[in-house]
Design a protein around this ligand. Structure first.
Ligand SMILES: Cc1cc2nc3c(=O)[nH]c(=O)nc-3n(C[C@H](O)[C@H](O)[C@H](O)COP(=O)(O)O)c2cc1C
Length: 195
């Protein structure tokens, strides 16, 4: 099996983006190392009907989850994603809170998500941060600039309207499609602009 994408879900608004992205990665038969922060789970509870990792498994489908998803505790900084010697196909944090963004920007590595992101940068692998906050302070912007200069892709959850979305799911898919494009994962989400 190919190397996993490390997938962090943190406590920014936008839990439906995370759920949809996970569903798409599994549908694409992409293995995933999944880490959900405590506030990531809290936002899943607040913004979706998902109250636990078991519920998340159900939303993805048990068969696909069992085949492609491996979960790690965010407190376990000794898990494979904490080391560069464990190969990965990069990392995405979706949604990514300003707190986690800040910690990664200074290399704090206080949780497995932060450490895995730190490792992803040092190994020069792809790190995609699906941030959500508005408005942005100078501190948020500085953190984003530092991370972008360090090689991360800052991909704000900011859906476009040029394809005339009809439902919330269209807006969610717009953002998820941009993330999948970053990893060159084929998908059928939404139309591509062709002028
Ligand atoms: C309902 C709710 C909505 C939140 N929305 C955001 C948000 O959109 N962006 C953000 O950066 N933090 C948001 N937060 C705050 C984060 O959850 C908080 O800073 C948390 O400590 C982040 O921790 P984590 O990055 O380890 O998940 C929200 C918190 C709650 C309870």
């Amino acid at each position: 099996m190919s190397a996993p994408i490390i997938f962090g879900i943190t406590g920014a608004s936008g839990a439906p983006y995370g759920v949809r992205l996970l569903q798409q990665l599994v549908a694409a038969e992409q293995s995933v190392s999944l880490i959900v922060s405590s506030h990531g789970l809290r936002l899943l509870e607040t913004e979706t009907t998902i109250k636990s990792l078991d519920d998340l498994r159900e939303s993805v489908g048990g068969k696909g989850w069992d085949a492609y998803v491996k979960t790690y505790a965010n407190e376990d900084r000794g898990a494979p994603p904490a080391s560069g010697s464990a190969l990965s196909a990069g990392m995405v944090i979706c949604p990514c809170s300003m707190g986690t963004l800040s910690a990664i920007s200074v290399g704090a590595s206080r949780s497995l998500i932060e450490r895995a992101a730190d490792v992803t940068l040092k190994e020069r692998r792809k790190l995609v941060l699906v941030t959500r906050e508005t408005p942005l302070s100078a501190i948020h912007l500085q953190n984003m600039l530092r991370l972008s200069r360090a090689g991360a892709v800052v991909l704000p959850a900011a859906p476009g309207f040029y394809n005339r979305p009809q439902a919330i799911s269209d807006l969610v898919d717009f953002v998820v499609a941009r993330v999948l494009d970053q990893f060159s994962i084929p998908h059928m989400l939404g139309k591509r602009w062709n002028g």
